[in-house]
Design a protein around this ligand. Sequence first.
Ligand SMILES: Nc1ncnc2c1ncn2[C@@H]1O[C@H](COP(=O)(O)OP(=O)(O)OP(=O)(O)O)[C@@H](O)[C@H]1O
Length: 362
Amino acid sequence: MADLKLTDVGKTYGGSVEVLKNINLDIKTGELIVFVGPSGCGKSTLLRMIAGLEKITAGTLEIDGQRMNDVPPSQRGIAMVFQSYALYPHMTVRDNMSFALKIAKKSPQEIDAAITKAARILQLEPYLDRLPKALSGGQRQRVAIGRSIVRDPKVYLFDEPLSNLDAALRVATRIEIAQLKEQMPDSTMIYVTHDQVEAMTLASRIVVLANKGVAQVGSPLELYERPNSEFVAQFIGSPSMNLLPGEITGTGQRTTVALEGGGTALSDVPTNAADMGLKVNVGVRPEDMVEAADAYVFEGTVNITEALGEVTLLYFEAQADAHPVIAKLPGIHKELRRKTVRLTADPAKVHIFNEGVSLLYR
Ligand SMILES: Nc1ncnc2c1ncn2[C@@H]1O[C@H](COP(=O)(O)OP(=O)(O)OP(=O)(O)O)[C@@H](O)[C@H]1O
């Protein structure tokens, strides 16, 4: 059981390089929080500050109401799993997992019980007497996680734990981590990843970091359906949300937005009369575009098609201003290459941004 509270946390390296500032987060027992953000935005730094491996240069970290800033890593009740699993090569799985407990002078009975439990949760029973070199990458990562579980920490920190695994193993190990979380509902986990699918599938809440701070915090679906900014809108979802310049030409229950270069988008985004004439960007996810014969919103000639099996990506430049657009249509549509396509979008799924901020959040 562990609640974490970060209040105005910041990090400055070497007294002058500010990497993070004013990070405020409330993390509750049992949550699996995922940190995402562009390369270099400070995800690992934030995780390492929580672990105690990096000094917190501003603000406060509390675990269960207790200030942790100056508490050494070993006394924070935290276990960290890294991308490189760093197992001791000359020790068996059992010895790798029990090492920390022996150092902590636990009794043989306690150690046995902890190993048995961790091996069961991670399905490592058949491998306990093997050396790491006789394990697959996924199994080694499970042993690394096992080393954390035996210590029964309050908080688990994962720093891109799957990034050394090949695609198939990543998927399998991702599912194992999801199952692991289910078996340990009271443990709090924080997970850093570059992988959209890991973030969307594992997280109870995603924290999007950018520009030294928190861009948005929310459940995966909240971030997908109601991004607060163009940045989050384009960061969550793949391929990224399309953005096209336009202007609000009607307000009220159903906002009318005229796109530059023709076409009309209708949206249920609530706006007010003051928004008339507002220059906006209209955001539509590739998967929210559908073919439309007449009342089309986007029109262009397809440059490239990418048939992925269950869907086809169409790349085209929309309307007179040649804005690049990607549409994702169900099925295989190689025949659309070099053809003119006319597409519309479900009005309820259209996003409207002004100066980078969603109208929903103004
Ligand atoms: N010891 C250090 N001294 C100075 N700057 C550092 C140090 N460690 C990290 N940084 C800088 O802090 C910033 C954040 O780094 P960090 O590794 O936390 O980013 P990240 O979001 O985890 O990146 P990535 O996604 O590429 O792993 C980067 O600009 C990095 O260059």
